[in-house]
Design a protein around this ligand. Structure first.
Ligand code: IPE
Ligand code: IPE
Ligand code: MG
Length: 245
């Protein structure tokens, strides 16, 4: 169990950064760094399952990452294919419900087919809800939600005034899940880099210098302890203060 069981996040989002620097420090190819990033993914899935976290959303490839050199993009896409094939049985056995979020049509037909098959295979599972963000951008997500609501308005199924925060959220990629309570970013950068722009509105933000391939149980527990120590106010007054008035 983590140290923070009384105050565990329901949903954790992670920006898995630092693979390239991890590889450079070892004098190996960047692709080897990305590959080494699979181990902490497995660890996080196991730990979340064990401690009862409901949802885990992992940022694997951003809309902007398409701008990297073709060989790196290619090695990442191959890695996603291989990892899916290799891990799906184990994820299924752990009752994980796996889903991908992001702009699917920009992925290869082969990868799209594997993703669809993996989602179908695990759709009825009731364990950890695991979302992998591939070709994902927070701005893309908001735009695709706006487009789908605009279509509903133009075909007359809803009126513009009926677009509420709740309805908008239901058109976003993480529909049906609580917003992430905790966002972890490894690799030392303190930015969101176009991850879940809408859904991170009230997340606690945890940054660590640890490079993603080195992210271990102790690091996850540090993030959970940080989370447990925060008082979440959501714009309201602290509980103790309002109770005293
Ligand atoms: C994160 O690692 C993985 C992806 C963005 C695909 P990076 O490749 O960004 O690693 P650094 O930040 O260069 O070390
Ligand atoms: C964010 O990392 C995207 C992923 C981890 C998938 P980047 O390495 O792409 O972000 P920047 O370029 O440092 O902002
Ligand atoms: Mg990076």
């Amino acid at each position: 169990m983590g140290p923070a069981n009384a105050n565990l996040p329901r949903h954790i989002a992670i920006t898995m950064d630092g693979n390239g620097r991890w590889a450079a420090a070892r004098g190996v190819a960047r692709a080897a760094g990305h590959k080494a990033g699979l181990k902490p993914v497995r660890m996080c899935v196991e730990e979340c399952t064990r401690s009862g976290v409901e949802a885990l959303t992992l940022f694997a490839f951003s809309s902007e990452n398409w701008g990297r050199p073709a060989d790196e993009v290619g090695s990442l896409m191959s890695l996603f294919l291989e990892a899916l094939d290799r891990e799906i049985a184990e994820l299924d056995a752990q009752a994980v419900r796996l889903r991908f979020i992001g702009e699917r049509k920009s992925l290869s037909v082969r990868l799209q087919a594997r993703i669809a098959a993996a989602e179908e295979r695990t759709a009825a599972n009731r364990g950890l809800a695991l979302q992998v963000a591939v070709s994902y951008g927070g701005r893309w997500d908001i735009i695709q939600a706006a487009q789908s609501l605009a279509r509903e308005c133009s075909n007359g199924s809803i009126r513009p005034e009926e677009i509420s925060e709740a309805r908008f959220a239901e058109a976003l990629s993480l529909a049906g899940l609580p917003d992430p309570d905790l966002h972890i970013r490894t690799g030392g950068e303190r930015r969101i880099s176009n991850f879940l722009l809408w859904q991170l509105a009230y997340a606690e933000l945890y940054f660590t210098e640890r490079l993603w391939p080195d992210f271990a149980v102790a690091d996850l527990n540090d993030a959970l302890s940080f989370f447990a120590s925060r008082e979440r106010r959501f714009g309201q007054r602290p509980a103790a203060v309002s109770a005293a008035r």
